[in-house]
Design a binder for this molecule. Sequence first.
Ligand SMILES: Nc1ncnc2c1ncn2[C@@H]1O[C@H](COP(=O)(O)OP(=O)(O)O)[C@@H](O)[C@H]1O
Ligand SMILES: [Mg+2]
Length: 512
Amino acid sequence: MDTILEMRGIQKSFGAVKALNNVNLRVRQGEIHAICGENGAGKSTLMKILSGVYPHGSYSGDVLYDGQERAFADISDSEAVGIIIIHQELALVPMLSITENIYLGNEQSKRGVIDWQVSRAKAKALLAKVGLSDSPDSPVGTLGIGKQQLIEIAKALSKEVRLLILDEPTASLNEKDSDTLLSLLLELKSRGVTSIIISHKLNEISRVADGITVIRDGSTVDALDCNAESVSEDRIIKAMVGREMSDRYPPRTPNIGDVIFEVKDWRVQHPTQRDRAVIKGVNLEARKGEIVGIAGLMGSGRTEFAMSVFGGTYGQDITGQVRMHGKQVDVSSVQKAIKAGIAYVTEDRKGNGLLLDDNIKRNITLANLIGVSRFGVVDEHEEIKVATDFLKKLRIRAQGVTHVVGNLSGGNQQKVVLSKWLFSEPEVLILDEPTRGIDVGAKYEIYNIINQVVAAGKCVVMISSEMPELLGMCDRVYVMNEGRFVGEFTAEEVSQEKIMRAIMRNGGIENA
Ligand SMILES: Nc1ncnc2c1ncn2[C@@H]1O[C@H](COP(=O)(O)OP(=O)(O)O)[C@@H](O)[C@H]1O
Ligand SMILES: [Mg+2]
């Protein structure tokens, strides 16, 4: 296969920070090439160099595209030769229609007048190419994040893309949307489009990639040809984190005591459709020192269950009992749930977990302002001290406690969310997809934190769609399907097969 792109000896600094040290990348014509690396490895910076966001002259090293040395001065230079980048942060304008977004900055004009009839028809055809049947007039903001990604790709297709760059496109997508996106990449490949995809998700990479380049600390550390050699996840992980990870889950000797947390006959109705039962009589218990998992397919009711227990933040007509240490507690509001000793770390870090515009210390202390207040006034010194402790303990990589949370990497944001809830000193910590979208190294650190929580005599309830994670971490796993627990296994008994069988036996696949 011919080489379409070669980047040689790329170096790039931001002031004193050396982001790229020595990156080499070779991409073959027509392949899907994955770039892996932990947060901060330099993946996005490399792609910004390739697409001209960082112009020639601001980096050193060579970029060869189509056999020619290139010196892009800006994005339009790279687009002119068919290189299109879709950034980690989507660049669509929510208020504008699909058509307007696709042709923004690329208007279809006739003698200087934008021809919206033509644009609209073309947009419709592009939507069909990415498998969407939405009206080209719909405002982009009304669509889910998965569809917005597809619209970014439609926009790329409107520019006759030859090399498509996707920077962590699936990080915030659910399984189904990720799947659609990957299938589309494969289809584009069959039409001759080359793509570069940045992702942490090894299962996705093994599904689509023909070649993989691993970057660590600004240097290329491994390059693999998936068609010529068998590529093991272990090899990629080892290259990413720079050490052997014989165990992806830190070792722990469980020390399990009495029951702390119990939920009895929990029932919840849908928030707007009152006659629809979402949680149908769930019973759960968690013991001191225990990590309890909840497995299940997307939509099985796991998040709805957790949210309804956490102050009724989901659903209506909630019935059932929550007990702490054998005594019934009131969890009818978030404040009461927190007071009862329950903390819930949400799946959606961006949506519910954090104030992205605010700094680290404020985010950490928010759920427990009393803990840093004297006589009802927030004590700034105490706030800084508490946050600094967490920064150290959880190894949060930031400039300091006043660093704005929105500028942190996903793994570090997740650690801030965890700090926030750990600071409220809960008896039971409910974690919903605690490591989604986080690279392997940061995952390991989060597992360590979870182990510390239970070692301190608390209990953890962990919702996860990654079965290996449940198997690797939990003492006991409940299986949820269609609003019910349909299986329960101890760490010794549990296997992926048993979980899937419990789901299928209960009709989950047909009805999911
Ligand atoms: N605009 C910038 N200014 C200063 N430092 C930056 C900038 N962009 C990236 N960096 C730093 O460069 C390194 C690589 O970042 P990035 O390319 O975003 O990594 P990745 O995409 O692999 O997570 C990090 O240490 C990051 O903090
Ligand atoms: Mg990045």
